[in-house]
Ligand binder design. Sequence first.
Ligand SMILES: *Cc1c(COP(=O)(O)O)cnc(C)c1O
Length: 363
Amino acid sequence: MVQLRVPGPTPCPPEVLAAMGRQMVNHRGPEFHQLLTEVTEDLKKVFQTKNDVLLLTGSGTGGMEAAVTNMLSPGDKVLSVSIGVFGDRFASIAKTFGAEIVPLKVEWGKAADPEDVRRALKQNPDVKAVLVTHNETSTGVTNDLGAISRVVKEAGKLIIVDAISSLSSIDLPVDAWKCDVVITGSQKGWMVPPGMTMVSVSEEAWKAHAVAKMPRFYWDFTRAKKNYEEKKENPWTPAISIVFALNVALKMMLKEGIQNIFARHARVGRMTREGVKKLGLSLFADEKYASNTVTAVNIPEGVDGKKMRQILRDEYKVVLAGGQQTLDGKIFRIGHLGMVYEKDIEEVLAAIEAVLPRVGFKK
Ligand SMILES: *Cc1c(COP(=O)(O)O)cnc(C)c1O
């Protein structure tokens, strides 16, 4: 079996894949009404929220764009807390639609300091919303979202969270942390193929939405909410097969129990970091904030990281991710989210250990 260990898409359980093979149903018919209701209610349990959860067809980036355009107006000031590639992407989207960005950029590999967020909000009292990444997939860092959210809500601002690679794998109690908009994507910790993005919307977020003027059509939250509440439908044709898959995956997740899932990711994350260090490699991320869904590993001097990943893929069927943007050639990343157990990490570490001496590594 291939060990697909990139931070999305992630391997899917056979039951989930089988659900994808089901015959189509009418997306305006009773089977789909029942399906969408069930999936939405189950999603709320994993989001740990009583807020609305909208199922939108698209990848995670679509969900990010939806969050931006549904909450903001051109000219609105937003504080962008960025600790890596995906934080920067969030700011780019907001900028594209006319928001004024106040950047809070953190050195890659580190987490954002909630006190810096507090200071930035104090210096910019006219900021309307804060964009933040819960788990930065490009650097393998998890922000202390609970603490950041407390600061943002104390200042009375909206908090919009990219939780695409954390929600369902790392604890994110949406209501307890008062997160206004939280975005995730089916191909990450949900054990489902790519195709759907799921977004929670708080009461405060709905108020902001009511006056938000950025252009939107396909992603309009009012249309999504109205169609769901009145008809248990999506406004447009959804990726029905992905909803079949998500329904099965959610049942499996709720059976395992979300706290057990978080604990499993914590175990697997720790095991990956310890294993990597034991091989004589070092971690890219500040270990205090190291992610339990993706581990970024420094490529040592003299080691050909691309060749390493190529041999791992071709000879060991272990697929790892490289670094993005300026981290290309500097790090490699091991995804460990969704369907992942200790045995998988053992296999991955053993394969890396076998390949390292062939690509210039001297311990
Ligand atoms: C994967 C990912 C995205 C982008 O999602 P797509 O589904 O590729 O559009 C955004 N943010 C984070 C943190 C991610 O891990």
